[in-house]
Design a binder for this molecule. Structure first.
Ligand SMILES: Cc1ncc(COP(=O)(O)O)c(C=O)c1O
Length: 396
């Protein structure tokens, strides 16, 4: 036992040496465009609270009302006695949002992705996946018995080759999966080309739109709407933990046989507790708000444009794009982490990421913009970036 603990201590020590030991900063306030850290108010630039609904009075109220009406929890899985009318209302609302047959809730999008591939495919089938897909997709695919074909990131020629290869190796059915938005870059998947390739190869496409639902497209319907292919993605997985209220939870939405099969057979759904009423109530209100009024969706897009333009004008290396994830590349991992600390001292909370989370030499600070940010917040953030970057010799 002592030997085991010593080994683990050594592993942790190596994380410290590599500057990859993660430190959690306790917030002393609710999640919002500004938060309190160590007694000071700072601009929050590192949350997935894209629409600013995490602490919105309507969403808070909905969560409180759900507890009052439906209680704290279910004490059970959905099919035993864990389904309330409230769960059905959220599933129906998400189906209306996506214009799909049906929706199934999970306790997270991680769980949804864990459920998806192992349940829908068997050893005779194939799964074709982008190499940079989210960790939950990678782990979800590992649980499946289907053959795996991994294509180079957003490389359509390689995806096409992998689809052909899967067919030539005798796959019965093929399922393809991509993130709608890749979260280290805020980069969109080329869905029009992916959809065309899937149609050519009779492949069921699944898109994880966790970083797009509510914030991309004119009505916030996500990456497909943004790229002009709304209605052409058969299956979406998504989270309730980012734009859509920021509480927690996930879902899969699509054709009835897909959702029915998941409800009958997926292990994370069958063997794990159902979502708590407060969480369901908050998410339901968030979907209603986005569906009745696109102004928050348009506000986060406008804020992202403003921040991107100001950062580029200040001399920062900001990759092209429109997503509210704005990576500011500084190169060295230790530099990114040191700049993150100095930015927090100057009242801006933004996370630094280095190797191995991103490729060697591309360490970055990843800013995430919200509809809740005011121009004053964004100006304060740009000014702090400029001051800290000058201090470290990143810009002149
Ligand atoms: C693309 C993607 N899928 C899934 C998840 C997991 O979502 P959840 O927090 O609901 O488990 C995330 C969260 O970071 C994500 O970015």
């Amino acid at each position: 036992m002592q030997e085991f603990l010593k080994f683990l201590e050594g592993e942790i020590e190596r994380l410290h040496e590599a500057h990859t030991y993660k430190v959690e900063v306790p917030l002393e306030s609710a999640q919002d465009h500004r938060v309190k850290v160590a007694g000071r108010e700072v601009v929050m630039l590192t949350s997935n609270n894209y629409l600013g609904l995490a602490n919105h009075p309507r969403v808070r109220q909905a969560a409180v009302k759900a507890i009052e009406r439906w209680g704290a929890g279910m004490g059970s899985v959905r099919f035993i006695c864990g389904t309330q009318v409230l769960h059905k209302q959220l599933e129906e609302t998400i189906s209306r949002f996506y214009e799909t047959d049906d929706t199934i809730l999970f306790t997270s999008c991680w769980n949804a992705n864990e459920a998806c591939f192992a349940t829908l495919t068997g050893p005779e089938d194939a799964i074709v996946s982008d190499e940079l897909n989210h960790a939950s997709i990678i782990d979800g695919i590992r649980l499946a018995k289907a053959r795996r074909y991994i294509y180079r990131h957003n490389d359509m020629a390689d995806m096409e080759a992998k689809l052909s290869h899967a067919r030539s190796e005798g796959a019965r059915f093929i399922l393809a999966i991509t993130d709608g938005v890749f979260s280290m870059e805020g980069e969109l998947a080329p869905l029009p080309e992916i959809i065309a390739a899937c149609e050519r190869h009779r492949t069921l496409l699944v898109v994880d739109d966790s970083h797009a639902t509510g914030l991309l497209g004119k009505r916030g319907r996500g990456t497909a709407e943004e790229l002009g292919v709304w209605g052409k993605v058969p299956v979406h997985t998504g989270t309730l933990g980012k734009a859509m209220g920021s509480a927690m939870g996930g879902y899969i939405t699509g054709p009835k046989p897909v959702v029915d099969t998941l409800r009958q057979r997926s292990r994370p759904y069958l063997f794990s507790n159902s979502l708590a009423p407060a969480v369901v109530g908050a998410a339901l209100e968030a979907f209603r708000m986005v569906m009745e009024d696109p102004s928050r969706t348009l506000a986060v897009q406008a804020n992202a444009r403003y921040f991107r333009e100001r950062m580029a004008a200040a001399g920062f290396q900001v990759p092209q794009g429109m997503h509210p994830i704005v990576p500011v590349i500084v190169g060295d991992t230790a530099l990114a982490l040191a700049m993150g600390k100095d930015l927090l001292m100057r009242g801006v909370y933004v996370s630094g990421f280095g190797y191995p989370v991103v490729p060697q030499g591309q360490a970055r600070l990843r800013a995430q913009i919200s509809a809740a940010h005011t121009r004053e917040d964004l100006n304060r953030a740009v000014d702090a970036f400029v001051a800290v970057a000058r201090q470290h010799g990143v810009v002149r």
